[in-house]
Ligand binder design. Sequence first.
Ligand code: GTP
Ligand code: MG
Length: 552
Amino acid sequence: HRPVFRLVSSAGPAAADLGRDEQPPGSEVPGTEDKTPKKRFSEVQRERREQAQRTALIHCPNKISEKKFLKYLSQHGPIKNHFFYESFGLYALVEFCQKDSIDSLKHGSHTPSLSTEAAIPFRSRFFSLRQRNPSSQSSEQSCVKISSQVPPTNRKLFDVLYYAESVDDQLNNLLKASELTEENTKLRYLTCSLIEDIAAAYFPSCTVRPFGSSVNTFGKLGCDLDMFLDLDEFRENTTNKNVGNFLMEFQVKSVPSERIATQKILSVIGECLDHFGPGCVGLQKILNARCPLVRFSHQPSGFQCDLTTNNRIALKSSELLYIYGALDSRVRALVFSIRHWARTHSLTSSIPGAWITNFSLTMMVIFFLQRRSPPILPTLDSLKSLAGAEDKCIIEGNNCTFLSDLNKIKPSGNTETLELLLKEFFEYFGNFAFNKNSINIRQGKEQNKPDSSPLYIQNPFETSLNVSKNVSQSQMQKFVDLARESAWILDQEDRASSDDRPWGLAALLLPSIISKSHAKRSKNKPASERVRSLLESIKQGNTADPASTDGE
Ligand code: GTP
Ligand code: MG
């Protein structure tokens, strides 16, 4: 049922652009995963963090010779890796082989003397490279390869979908086109490492770790950078070293609650970032949110950053999603497509409010994959039962234990195609009894809802909480309507004869269909109801916060 010329163009520019991975998209047969051992989440974090500590960020002149640049920097030691990118100017991320090189680079750099303003002499790993004699080098041709850090345009995505060979290819291509690249991942860990250096001025052994979609395998280019300021890394490790008759403790100041401590710490670190953090702009302290945070833009990387502390459960959720994302190649392909579908239809938004979040959508996909027969993903309870002694983890009284070595999990025997799973996802949730049942990835089965929230997704670690409590009835209805409509479109697709209109996943993302169905729906509603749902969204928007991790 596909247009004939699609085959001819399948190796066209859109398809060729995707080739940043060695493996062609969709080359894996569902259920038959490659056998190379997969790293634990903690291993990835440790390696990336160490790599970031050997890395510097350099603002470069617009015209620069890559060869001369590398020669100049290698004075400080061998360079392992580097790339250039653009973001209000030309930047280079340079990874040295040894950490010492960074000290040498710092040693050889100086604080600029400004003519009309005064510089705050903060010596970070974010540098500016100036040409000594700009006039003699103005004829220099910039011949550096630029690595893109931005998400693909709609046009490109359209081509990627249109020229795919099958619906399965469409889902895999969408994933490859929008997932975080190796370079973007490095930039994320480096940004955390730069912020850590600033926070370390107050808390010398602190760690700033990325969490959320930057690390859980579900991040797409352009997603925010969630950071966790960890002041307590060694708590577990040190307790068992305290042998003997005494227990040594630090003298500390105290405040009435954990929340106040969190607010105080974030407030001070926020000030510090605002005043001294090179490249940190537009800082907002959102300390009264359920999960207090500091939000800012890191200008050179282009990331919007949300810094939180005392948020260890969110890091554990990221690890859990990492495991689910790495277990079966179909999981990420399905999640990316459904997130994209939801964003296109305005079911999700970058503004906090009464809409479904990406996190909730991911939980819904995981739940759906646990419900397949045979299941594609194990339940959280079964991951807990597989856990070893070293995996034991209790956070604030919540049992967050699950297996960390994903190589010990048996691959699923399920070989369903992505095409089938996509259609079945829409059918499943288009007909789900949301009015009476909750979604529960811990047990992998629906349960009676404990309250009347329109959408109830049990928080996997704080099991008395609902991660989608913010979702309004009208948003829920919109989700169900669109899911049914999409199942219907995919069903019609099977029957359609060959023509050259968008097909498969692309047919679900058509703006014409969206605007028509929305216009129809809005027109059918009386004005009073439209105003009421708008007010409802605004009201919820003021109270809900995207970084809230308590599921409220
Ligand atoms: P993006 O939309 O791509 O940023 O996805 P994300 O997963 O990073 O979501 P977000 O930035 O909103 O939140 C970051 C992380 O906080 C998530 O990955 C979760 O681990 C956690 N989180 C977000 N919202 C909730 C929630 O409502 N409940 C719980 N328990 N955790 C949440
Ligand atoms: Mg995020």
